[in-house]
Design a protein around this ligand. Sequence first.
Ligand code: FRU
Length: 478
Amino acid sequence: LCVFAAAQPKILKQSSYAKEELEQYIANTRPELNLRYRLHYHVAPPVGWMNDPNGFSYYKGEYHLFYQFYPYDSVWGPMHWGHSSSPDLVNWKTLPTALLPDQEQCFSGSAIVDGDTMILMYTGHEITDKEPYYNETQFLAFSDDGVAFTKYAGNPVLPAAPNGSPDFRDPKVWKHGKHWYVVLGSKTDDNRGRVLLYRSFDLIEWEFLRVLGESTGDLGYMWECPDFFELGGKHVLLWSPQGMEPNGDRYKNLHQTGFIIGNFNYNNFEFVQETKFQELDYGHDFYASQTMEKDGKRYVVAWFNMWEVPHPEEVDGWAGAMTIIRELVLVGDRVLQKPLDKMISLRDESVINGQVDENQVIELGHTGEIIISGDLEKKIELLVEGRNGGGQALLRWDPEVGKVVVDRAGDVRQVEWSPIGSHSWRLFLDASSLELFCGEGEVVFSSRVYPDGEWNLTNLSPQTLNVEAYKLKRSVPL
Ligand code: FRU
């Protein structure tokens, strides 16, 4: 949270920009970006800084994806909501900034649709003059076109956590029967993360129902960005705990994003947990995920970065990205992440389709989709790196220990993998990212990597692999 306080002085100077001036500023500043790491098919800020996905929703025939946005610098600052929309979750365009800070900074939240109206519920983060120098309450904003938003005059609608904690943020709203429900991230008085559940008839008067989940000590000091939804007949609580201790291969990022599966009923609102906390993604850069449901499918997106690590694109005038959208599927006690079928429409030139011998190099473009299969009885090892260096990552299957390893220049993430179906890997490379989907999506790694120039992929395995590879088309604005 020190990061929230550190960027404070900028507020006075810059949050008073009017909306038109802001859009003009964005248009003027965009041509100045250094484009070397600009992503081709991942949503990124037009200029400046991005963190959490917000308001992931479907409204009047389009998907909407908002995000935590600070336009005036490529580091975190007073939060706005940036905005993108898409017909298909793969091709995105940039819309005008949806929320600008006033007295309150516009922290994370969600969107729902009620008839013709799109409603954003977000956290108003306000600076105070006594410790911890901020307070958080919940705000609403409305739109009848999905582009221009008006803040509700009666804000805040949820003025305080039951225990008065100033950490009270990231509302995720949904409708069930006649009620709206919201989960909010917060903490106990003795600094254990928790999720609070509320309900309302009108989004304005809220009734506190109960604590839906709470750390007993080992799940962190603060729970951010909670999400709660039905999946495959169960309920999943997905959130981002801050402050979990690393434990062997697990929890090696500064903060985690993961889930617990259980049962929930709307009679007593109790969430009966059936599994332990599991990370959703095993890569270096995956945080503050948010889901949405459409036509019975549950989609997830996350901030494709981590707090308090270097963001090499920062010097280029922008920082941060969203992961590709994935579909979530429940199988037993695991939640699979699957790339969307529609991703195939981005395939451009085919680079190879056949056997790749040991030490053979495949020359890709700035992007690539690569499907790899080999003999899992033997070691598989692939080196991805920039044609002129940089961006090195070793992707390895180690049959001795049954683990998939992503070794980003010595910074290792690894996890056991026992395929439940397909034995192949699907790797997505973009100008500064990799996303590795193993098998049916039972193990996924999302990591930012920064190559010099286009990608090379080298087969370092002591075996010949089958490889199908494509360059991919651009689906987001430069
Ligand atoms: C998560 C988070 C949220 C908060 C937002 C502020 O990354 O800390 O809890 O609303 O970022 O930008």
